[in-house]
Design a protein. Structure first.
Length: 67
């Protein structure tokens, strides 16, 4: 019984790590072709590209998180 609870705890911790460190904040999915900005925030390339195109930024753009 203790082993089952320990397995559930490990599974929960793994899920938390994935959510906190491997999930794009724009699409809420696991990173696909991740790109990191100078501020250290990371996004999927397709999400970042869509963000830039939608807002019609030219030479530079604010980080979607830091703005």
């Amino acid at each position: 019984m203790a082993a089952k609870q320990e397995n559930q705890t490990v599974t929960s911790l793994k899920q938390k790590v994935i959510e906190d460190y491997l999930t794009c904040i724009i699409c809420s999915d696991t990173y696909e072709d991740p790109h990191q900005l100078k501020c250290q925030h990371t996004f999927c390339l397709k999400c970042l590209t869509a963000y830039i195109q939608k807002r019609k930024f030219t030479n530079s753009f604010p980080c979607p998180v830091c703005r």
